[in-house]
Design a protein. Structure first.
Length: 196
């Protein structure tokens, strides 16, 4: 098999699309898993959030928003559609891309873990706000928690999700980031006429 730089442009694009779709499918399949060492208070890492952060770090705000919307709708299709995960993941994609524009992001373990930690708290807070709105609109519904239950539950969920997601983020972030950097490098070389 020839090295990647000898592949035709369409072949590299097809391989890149396969990696993108494959990594999203792996994150979707890992989302409900509760393996030893991957849970805290019955909560696991938010793999889709990690993927959106990895994608949005070096892309535009629109790319981050579209990735968040797509993965949020996929997550909604695996769980209840209310509250939607699309809103929180869109916000994560936009904020991560915005951080990149401000040059706050560095390519090291600590920076990635801190970004994922903060974004997990933001995402869980958006979900709690949606639960709160629904609780206020339908206070007698037994299907939803009361306002105080929502926010006391939110504290545990947000902290557990943020800790686990930030600890496990490098497992998904660094391979994906390295792959996309390599693809960008090859595309730039080809655009410059260096690849034949």
């Amino acid at each position: 098999m020839p090295p990647l730089y000898r592949w035709p442009a369409w072949g590299r694009q097809l391989l890149n699309a396969t990696v993108i779709v494959g990594s999203v499918v792996l994150c979707l399949m890992a989302l409900p898993l509760r393996l030893p060492g991957m849970t805290l208070l019955g909560i696991g890492p938010n793999w889709l959030l990690v993927w959106v952060v990895a994608w949005s770090v070096k892309r535009s705000i629109w790319h981050g928003a579209i990735a968040g919307l797509t993965l949020g709708l996929l997550q909604d299709s695996m769980s209840a559609a209310a509250p939607t995960h699309a809103v929180s993941l869109v916000l994560v994609g936009v904020l991560t891309a915005r951080l990149q524009k401000q040059r706050f992001i560095q390519e090291d373990f600590i920076s990635v873990a801190l970004i994922v930690f903060g974004m997990a708290v933001v995402a869980e807070t958006i979900v709690a706000v949606q639960f709160s709105i629904h609780s206020l609109r339908t206070p007698d519904s037994e299907a939803f928690l009361s306002l105080t239950e929502v926010w006391s539950h939110h504290q545990r969920v947000a902290l557990a999700s943020a800790i686990l997601s930030s600890l496990w983020a490098p497992v998904a972030y660094f391979p994906l980031s390295h792959w996309w950097e390599r693809m960008t490098f090859l595309e730039q070389r080809q655009a410059g006429g260096e690849l034949r």
